[in-house]
Write a new protein. Structure first.
Lengths: 415, 187
């Protein structure tokens, strides 16, 4: 198969028929507005593909590869939700998952939330330090250069905000699921640093703190700290983005987003749950609810087609989605096109990894009648994604249905 | 010959085996006591790290008017910033009916002190004196009926305050690697 670069019209034509077939590769975007490709296939097939190519010559395109001017996907404030302070600051910025291809969210589109509407700080990495102190044999303070000399790990992990959740009122994917993203993170295992400092016997918890204006801090149990938390300085092959904690953050695989402290400057080893502002907000009265607020459950969602898109007509489509679990590796994803009556195994795109988005696909020939698309995730622990009725609480991991109407319009199946 | 080649390896392993707790990589430096003190703003529920200083609700009311009321409203209920006074939504016997409001929902008064100290006022964080933080904490606890009028809060008395929610929240599970999200449930 050749590496011919398709132009936009060529892409639309093929995209309408095959929804981003294999020749296009992972870098090609999914169509932002399916309405743009809503011409009938007969109409399109009569067009002569244009071969015109414009020159790319600006320094910006060369020095730090800007994407094509024809690719327009962007993050959005989720549901226009303001910060709790209502100071005209947006609390959460969602990622346009319906346009993502593959498991990795581009760094520029990675969702982010802020601690109480604080602004994204500008931090000089040359002056940034990480201190580890408290119940340790040797208190330590590191420069960024020193941290980068430690043995490193590079792993895919998702981060998801506890506020992510389906609702009859959230009609588009970005509104119901836009606050989850996945990146390849590089950094030092926190266990490496804690072993270097020597955790004392009564050090059973840590408090991780950022250096931003409100000094956001979260408590985590030592068992998690010693298991797989990454003190990360890079994502997707380059330094962290400021929105993601540049120059340093923790990634807490599979745990709720608020625990992944950004702009990390201090880790204190302590003897109990320290109950920070972030921690107290997560308290629950019911033990089951409290347990549910830690680890993200098995979850999946069909990203294409999803609410707000339009299918151009009956025929073949690759249905695509993402699956993930805070419990480990995704072991199975099933898809239903009839609202959960019948389930069929989806194919993984790439090898599933622990606490990472796993891309899946399902070959579907739509007969043009109303359909209800759903996906269901099972993880390595045998945990199965619940229906909305089975869901008990915590971060919403319930099955999201998308209704495909006979005219091709896709809407929220809960509405 | 083979044993001679192993000799340097054994010499290297010797001290490591003797001092299993010694650092492996030797990177970073030891912070000074002053550095740790300056950076460490965490406050344990025991109040262990609380600094010297003190304050009353009466003093706190003055500071509140000058530094907080503009955003939180004159009485802590009507500002653009989050509400600071309990809103009874049911039985007063259940602290969970007061709403998610820090000075009434937090299980420990230290959490209130900590948050004011680290994060208030917005955009001028870290400018309050320790006395001001003690007095604002006293003010917020008094208007929420947690402490009686005239209580002096300091490093000794603050951790002794019994918050309404001290014993009504559920402990998080003892997390272990490979644990399901919720024991006994399918997910």
């Amino acid at each position: 198969m050749g590496v011919k670069r398709p132009n936009r019209r060529d892409f639309l034509k093929r995209g309408a028929a095959l929804a981003g077939g294999v020749t296009l590769g992972a870098a090609e975007p999914v169509i932002r507005k399916a309405t743009a490709s809503a011409q009938s296939i007969e109409e399109q097939s009569q067009e002569v593909p244009s071969q015109e190519v414009q020159d790319w010559s600006s320094d910006e395109l060369v020095a730090y590869g800007e994407r094509s001017q024809h690719v327009t996907s962007v993050r959005e404030p989720v549901n226009g939700r303001p910060s709790p302070d209502d100071f005209d600051l947006v609390f959460h910025i969602g990622t346009p998952l319906e346009e993502q291809v593959g498991a990795i969210t581009p760094s520029s589109l990675f969702y982010f939330g802020t601690t109480r509407g604080s602004i994204v700080p500008t931090i000089d990495p040359a002056k940034h330090r990480l201190m580890i102190h408290g119940l340790v044999d040797r208190e330590l303070i590191f420069t960024m250069d020193e941290l980068k000399r430690f043995p490193s790990v590079t792993r895919l992990h998702f981060i998801e905000c506890a506020g992510n959740g389906s609702s009859p009122r959230r009609g588009r994917l970005i509104e119901s699921h836009g606050m989850t993203s996945c990146a390849e993170w590089t950094g030092v295992l926190l266990s490496t640093l804690l072993e270097e400092a020597g955790v004392q016997a009564d050090g059973t918890w840590i408090v991780a703190e950022g250096v931003e204006n409100v000094r956001g801090a979260s408590s985590l149990p030592m068992a998690k700290a010693m298991d797989d938390i990454i003190v990360a300085y890079a994502m997707n092959g380059e330094p962290l983005r400021p929105q993601q904690g540049f120059p340093l953050r923790i990634v807490v695989p599979g745990f709720e987003g608020i625990l992944h402290v950004k702009w990390l400057s201090r880790i204190k080893v302590v003897d109990r749950f320290y109950m920070t502002y972030n921690d107290y907000g997560h308290l629950r009265q019911d033990p089951d609810q409290a347990a549910l607020s830690y680890q993200v459950g098995p979850k999946s969602v069909i990203t294409w087609p999803s609410g707000g898109l339009d299918l151009p007509g009956a025929g073949f489509y690759e249905v695509r989605g993402l699956a993930w679990s805070g419990g480990g590796v995704v072991s199975r994803v099933e898809v239903s096109t009839d609202g959960g009556e019948n389930w069929m195994d989806a194919d993984f795109r790439g090898t599933p990894q622990r606490m990472a988005h796993t891309a899946f696909s399902f070959n579907w020939t739509w007969d043009g009648s109303e359909a209800m698309l759903m996906s269901r995730c099972t993880d390595e622990l045998g945990q199965v994604q619940p229906t909305r009725a089975q869901r008990k609480g915590g971060l919403d991991n319930s099955i999201q249905p998308w209704r495909v109407q006979s005219n091709g319009s896709v809407t929220n199946g809960l509405a | 010959m083979g044993s001679l080649k192993l000799l340097p390896v054994l010499i290297l392993l010797g001290p490591a085996a003797a001092l299993a707790q010694s650092p492996t990589f030797g990177l970073g430096r030891t912070p000074s006591a002053d550095e740790v003190l300056a950076w460490d703003i965490s406050i344990s529920p025991t109040g262990m790290e609380l600094p010297a200083g003190s304050g009353t609700a009466e003093e706190g009311a003055l500071t509140y008017r000058r530094k907080c009321a503009r955003c939180h409203g004159a009485d802590g209920t009507e500002g653009r910033a989050p509400r600071l006074v309990k809103s009874s939504r049911g039985s007063d016997a259940n602290p969970w009916s007061y709403g998610r409001i820090l000075p009434i929902r937090a299980p420990y008064a230290t959490a209130v002190w900590d948050y004011i100290n680290r994060a208030m006022p917005l955009n001028r964080e870290g400018t309050l004196t320790h006395d001001e933080v003690y007095s604002l904490t006293a003010f917020l606890l008094e208007i929420n009926d947690v402490i009686p009028e005239g209580t002096v809060l300091d490093a000794q008395s603050l951790p002794m305050v019994v918050m309404p929610n001290r014993d009504t929240w559920a402990e998080l599970p003892d997390w272990k690697p490979g644990m399901p999200r919720l024991l006994g449930y399918p997910y």
